[in-house]
Design a protein. Structure first.
Length: 116
């Protein structure tokens, strides 16, 4: 079982930046496919970014060029650097870990609020 704990959310003005962190348990973190998702009030959860064990990354069109996902395998942590934030980025951000079996674990999420 993998436990995920997000941190780094908060209130920021439009145009500002935040860095989210997600600390994972487990001894094979480097093999996990890690992802960030978000859910705004009244909306479905949507994909934000993903990084594979190879280091490859993929982004949603809405955040490409503004957000950067990265991982530190020595710290069992994945990050989401968010720049040029917009009010429409306001959501609860959750990280996920997909393990070798294909099962995907989820964290509890951290609130990001961008004021205009």
């Amino acid at each position: 079982q993998v436990q995920l704990v997000e941190s780094g959310g908060g209130l920021v003005q439009a145009g500002g930046s935040l860095r989210l962190s997600c600390a994972a348990s487990g001894r094979t973190f480097s093999s996990y496919t890690m992802g960030w998702f978000r859910q705004a009030p009244g909306k479905e959860r949507e994909f934000v970014a993903r990084t594979w064990s190879s280091g490859s990354t993929f982004y949603a069109t809405s955040v490409k060029g503004r957000f950067t996902i990265s991982r530190d395998n020595a710290k069992n942590t994945v990050y989401l650097q968010m720049n040029s934030l917009k009010p429409e980025d306001t959501a609860v951000y959750s990280c996920s870990a997909r393990v070798a079996s294909g099962y995907e674990y989820w964290g509890q999420g951290t609130q990001v609020t961008v004021s205009s």
